[in-house]
Design a protein around this ligand. Structure first.
Ligand SMILES: Cc1cc2nc3c(=O)[nH]c(=O)nc-3n(C[C@H](O)[C@H](O)[C@H](O)COP(=O)(O)OP(=O)(O)OC[C@H]3O[C@@H](n4cnc5c(N)ncnc54)[C@H](O)[C@@H]3O)c2cc1C
Length: 458
């Protein structure tokens, strides 16, 4: 039997950050990680001069928690900024349309950008221009992304903007994903200003010079550098790999977590594993908490890294990549990041590293295909879209089964209800992507807050 002040279940970015924050506050953590590897969805591979991300590759700068932690851990000099030109494209039919500049989440920020939005047919641009005149919805209830876009910007924007750009980030179904959980600022804009489009003066934004605190960042050695740096700040014995938590019990002074033949006691437990794992662990303790956790669906995806000699690709790759407007295109991939256009230090000179994504809510079966078939689909789609004649010089397939939490309509109310139930079980907390957090910065902020609560409770 080992004891600590807090047992943290899950060694992804949430669990590791919670451990780091607990340790920083003088609270002894033990992290139980089911797999032999920590980092969860964060996994970087260095191979033949390439730095390849299997999962996340970027950090949103506006949400400060992640970059604050990066600097606190001494990795400030590793921060990379997306290289200009930063634009992304949408594949519609067999054509790539550059998103207008300036724009955010596919929404133009100037009238000129809207006028030049050639992904949208003219009537759709006119309808979008009328958005400020659309009456604001009175209800504060949550709503799907699809419903919000249909209402505010017109039906054409649902398939051409909302699905590829907003749904694509989450590999999800926009008719189910929650506006309140995922894009609260757009909802808030409607409620507070009565409009969502926020047009600036024509010369307000220079897309070549994004403001210092917005946009995406990465780390020179890959996102796993963040995971390693956190681990280096923790006592060696505080991380137990290949140690899945399989039972959670109340004791007189706190909690006991069983993992295989081992048991770990602590006064607090943070569950930083997927919500379906929380559902299993809570089942003997609290039916309702377990049922609510089980309601959070997950999707499976795969990412495929492919590299070609730069001259083999006809497309100039001047941008960050493209997303696919699924209903109006016939490729099976959902998006492609032009890694070596976006970041320095990712591929040898004169080689283009690309990353294609496949699967998600609309194509759940694809991750069951073998690696060769998944790679073939990605390769063929990219060869067609980008005009590539040659065979790739590198191919890597990474599968993420049941890994993408879907924050569907009602997610925030569901999490509030889960937290309400857990309040009956002092010292038991949840954190991470299955609950309130969307992306790495949120996971980090959530983890630090959970660890702080353990300190206060102690
Ligand atoms: C392909 C892809 C690309 C993404 N890109 C980005 C991006 O660019 N930027 C961004 O901000 N976000 C991105 N995300 C989302 C981001 O990766 C996640 O929000 C974040 O990594 C989730 O971290 P987490 O620690 O909450 O969960 P996870 O990383 O899922 O970690 C949970 C951990 O719990 C462990 N576990 C499971 N069961 C048990 C058990 N019984 N006992 C102990 N441990 C258990 C798992 O093995 C895992 O290590 C991406 C996600 C994917 C899939």
């Amino acid at each position: 039997m080992a004891s600590a002040d807090v047992v943290i279940i899950g060694g992804g970015i949430t669990g590791l950050t919670a451990a780091y924050e607990a340790h920083r506050r003088g609270v002894r953590p033990i992290v139980l990680e089911a797999s032999p590897r920590t980092g969860g969805l964060i996994a970087t591979e260095h191979v033949d001069g390439f730095t390849i991300e299997a999962g996340p590759d970027s950090i949103l700068a506006q949400k400060r928690a992640a970059l604050d932690l990066v600097r606190e851990l001494g990795l400030g000099d590793q921060i990379l900024q997306v290289r200009p030109p930063g634009g992304a494209f949408v594949l519609s039919g067999s054509r790539l349309f550059r998103l207008p500049s300036p724009s955010r989440l596919g929404l133009p920020l100037t009238w000129r950008a809207l006028a030049g939005y050639n992904l949208l047919p003219w009537p759709a641009r006119v309808r979008m221009a009328m958005e400020p005149l659309v009456r604001a919805r009175r209800s504060q209830d949550d709503e799907s992304i699809g419903s919000f876009f249909r209402r505010r910007f017109g039906a054409s924007t649902v398939d051409l903007i909302a699905q590829p750009l907003l749904g694509g980030i989450h590999a999800g179904d926009i008719e189910r994903l929650s506006m309140r959980a995922l894009f609260p600022r757009l909802l808030d804009a409607e409620q507070s200003r009565g409009r969502v489009l926020e047009m600036r003066g024509a010369d307000a934004a220079d897309p070549q010079q994004p403001p210092a605190d917005v946009g995406f960042r990465s780390l020179r050695d890959g996102m796993s550098a963040l995971v390693r740096a956190i681990e280096q700040h923790l006592p060696e014995t505080s991380i137990r790999r290949s140690s899945p938590a399989d039972r959670l019990e109340r004791t007189a002074s706190g909690w006991r977590v069983a993992s295989g033949g081992d048991a770990f006691e602590a006064r607090a437990v943070i569950v930083a594993a997927p919500a379906f794992v929380a559902a299993r662990l809570f089942a003997p303790l609290d039916d309702e908490a377990s049922r609510l956790c089980a309601e959070v669906p997950y999707v499976s995806t795969a990412s495929v890294a492919l590299a070609w000699p730069r001259p083999a690709i006809a497309h100039p790759l001047a941008g960050t990549g493209f997303v696919v407007a699924r209903r109006v295109s016939d490729v099976r991939i959902t998006a492609c990041t032009w890694v070596s256009s976006k970041w320095t230090h990712r591929a040898p000179d004169d080689v283009a590293l690309l990353r294609a994504f496949i699967g998600g809510a609309h194509d759940p079966g694809v991750v069951d295909l073998d690696d060769e078939e998944i790679a073939r689909i990605a390769r063929t789609d990219l060869q067609r879209v980008l005009g590539i004649g040659a065979a790739p010089v590198l191919t890597r397939v990474y599968r993420w089964r049941n890994a993408g939490a879907q924050h569907q309509v009602g997610q925030l109310a569901r999490v509030a209800a889960i937290e309400g139930r857990l309040a009956r079980h002092p010292g038991l907390l949840v954190a991470g992507s299955g609950f309130r957090s969307v992306g790495i910065p949120d996971c980090i902020a959530d983890a630090r807050a959970a660890a702080a609560r353990c300190t206060i409770a102690g």
